[in-house]
Design a protein around this ligand. Structure first.
Ligand SMILES: C[S@@+](CC[C@H](N)C(=O)[O-])C[C@H]1O[C@@H](n2cnc3c(N)ncnc32)[C@H](O)[C@@H]1O
Length: 495
């Protein structure tokens, strides 16, 4: 039987307000403002006429030119990827040093061996205690490894590799004693730990740390200074997400950032009321403030997660409804865990299953990958490109590390994010733009590049699927987004 979420029934009208699509005028105002504050002067967001809104060129673009860059509204690195790359939890640029990136990964790969063998876990604990005792290891990056309990749940392909590398060498890489040749040319910002004390989030700067704290992390931090109502509940929520689907972590960021925006708006309104000496200072229509706080999320195209998630290949169509019901139950369990950790009565509609399902569905439908290229890959390519003698000399030091990292040495930072402007872009199988990171794009922003000349007034489109696939395959993949493509290429191939 389907689980009933009591908030869905009790607050049906408020929830329906939240989930009603904004009017074309509201959309226009919101995006005009966003585009002007972000100085993305080359584009406009306006109704597409056929299928909601779309992005339009407001200038002429040449082939290869940057059309716009888009900052994340919220985003998160995939849990499994945290073993491979250490990045700023706010802007997602790589942090530390080439040595720390490599050393940390080798260290955690060692932990990965332990993950698969209960008895090895004890060995690891023993080793890790020993590490902090050694003379060579000054413990500078202890906290970067303290969260291994959480990382244990993050089974990545590379973390399962079984290999060993001398412990003291890994330590000296991590504590800065061992400097790799030419690594200074790939310097990275030193990691700034989260001020909440969680040992989970690291940043490239104090300003990124503060921005993340204000945006969502203060409620989702598991450290001593967390603003969540129950840190144990938060840890349970995160463990569940890591074991099931880390999309819940991004959904939690959406809810947390909305609550924090709501509290800020409310504080401003109370201050204004106090100035005017109005008697009913707390009588503001809270739903209107909540709607205001929710506005950035309201702009994203949404459907319920369990309605729009693509049926996996290994699920028979006769089991479709049972599968969708299971997904709904999974979301309900996750929501209950989150509610126990950060519930706010004034923002109750955010904790309805209907809202939670739509938030996750928004990520499903917009399919926006967060990708940042790895400086470790650049580093090894640079070594490979050195003149013969220098290369031979450098490789004596670097080759064992490259071998130990294996084929995955170039793994980039990967995650899921919601990009407000890119999420307005419609699909075409003959797109005129594409999300593409250039050499200089080293953080989590999305970068949209013109694939050919685009004239002012033309719609800017991307392809949601590999446009070189045969028609039937493209159409099948696009059906998961809930539409049938009628672009010129599809129409031509259909006839
Ligand atoms: C990422 S959103 C794009 C922006 C969307 N039009 C809006 O109003 O928010 C993706 C959704 O837009 C619609 N869409 C995008 N491209 C389309 C196309 N070529 N034909 C029909 N619908 C399309 C589909 O509903 C799809 O699920």
């Amino acid at each position: 039987m389907e689980t009933i979420c009591p908030i869905d029934t009790a607050l049906a009208s408020e929830i329906s307000h939240l989930l009603t699509s904004p009017s074309p005028l509201q959309v226009q105002e919101y995006f005009d403002n966003l585009i002007s504050t972000r100085k993305c002067h080359g584009i406009k967001v306006k109704p597409n006429g056929e299928f909601g809104k779309g992005v339009y060129a407001d200038l002429d673009f040449k082939k290869g030119e940057l059309v716009f860059k888009d900052q994340l509204l919220v985003g998160a690195q995939h849990c499994s990827n945290k073993i491979d790359c250490l990045v700023c939890s706010f802007c997602f640029c790589f942090i530390g040093s080439i040595e720390l990136q490599i050393g940390r990964r080798l260290y955690l790969q060692g932990l990965g061996v332990s993950m698969n063998h209960e008895s090895d876990m004890e060995t690891f604990k023993h080793i890790s205690k020993d590490c902090s005792k050694t003379d060579s290891y000054d413990g500078e990056y202890d906290s970067l490894l303290e969260n291994h309990d959480n990382l244990e749940n993050c089974a990545s392909s590379s973390s399962k590799q079984i290999f060993t590398f001398p412990k003291d060498v890994v330590e000296s890489l991590m504590n800065g004693e061992l400097i790799l040749p030419y690594s200074k040319q790939f310097s990275l910002p030193p990691p700034v730990p989260c001020a909440g004390g969680c040992g989970e989030a690291y940043y490239c700067s104090k300003s990124c740390a503060e921005a993340d704290w204000e945006l969502s992390h203060s409620l989702l931090c598991i450290g001593e200074r967390s603003k969540s109502s129950c840190r144990e509940a938060l840890i349970k929520f995160m463990q569940h997400a890591n074991e099931t689907n880390d999309i819940f972590l991004v959904a939690a960021k959406v809810i947390s950032s909305t609550i924090l925006r709501y509290r800020k708006l409310k504080a401003t309104h109370l201050k204004e009321d106090n100035k005017c000496a109005k008697p009913n200072v707390s009588d503001h229509s809270d739903i209107s403030l909540l709607l205001e706080a929710w506005k950035p999320v309201s702009m994203g195209h949404k459907r319920r997660w369990w309605d729009c998630i693509a049926l996996p290949d290994d699920v028979d169509s006769s089991d479709e409804s049972a599968f969708r019901m299971q997904i709904r139950e999974l979301a309900f369990t996750s929501l209950q865990l989150l509610k126990a950790a950060i519930f706010d009565k004034e923002c109750e509609p955010l904790f309805s299953l209907e809202t939670y399902g739509h938030i996750i569905g928004m990520f499903e439908l917009n399919n926006l990958d967060l990708v940042v290229a790895s400086p470790v890959e650049d580093y090894f390519l640079y070594i490979d490109d050195l003149p013969y003698t220098e290369k031979q000399e450098a490789e004596q030091v670097t080759q064992p590390f490259l071998d130990a990292l294996g084929d995955d040495y170039s793994v980039c930072c990967q995650g899921t994010g919601f990009f407000p402007l890119q999420s307005c872009m419609n699909h075409s199988c003959c797109p005129n733009a594409k999300a593409f990171k250039r050499e200089e794009d080293r953080d989590g922003q999305a970068t949209l590049i013109a694939l050919g000349p685009i004239s002012k007034g033309e719609e800017v489109t991307i392809s949601y699927v590999d446009e070189d696939l045969p028609l039937e395959e493209r159409q099948a993949l696009l059906a998961d987004y809930g539409f049938k493509c009628k672009c010129p290429k599809c129409l031509q191939e259909e006839t």
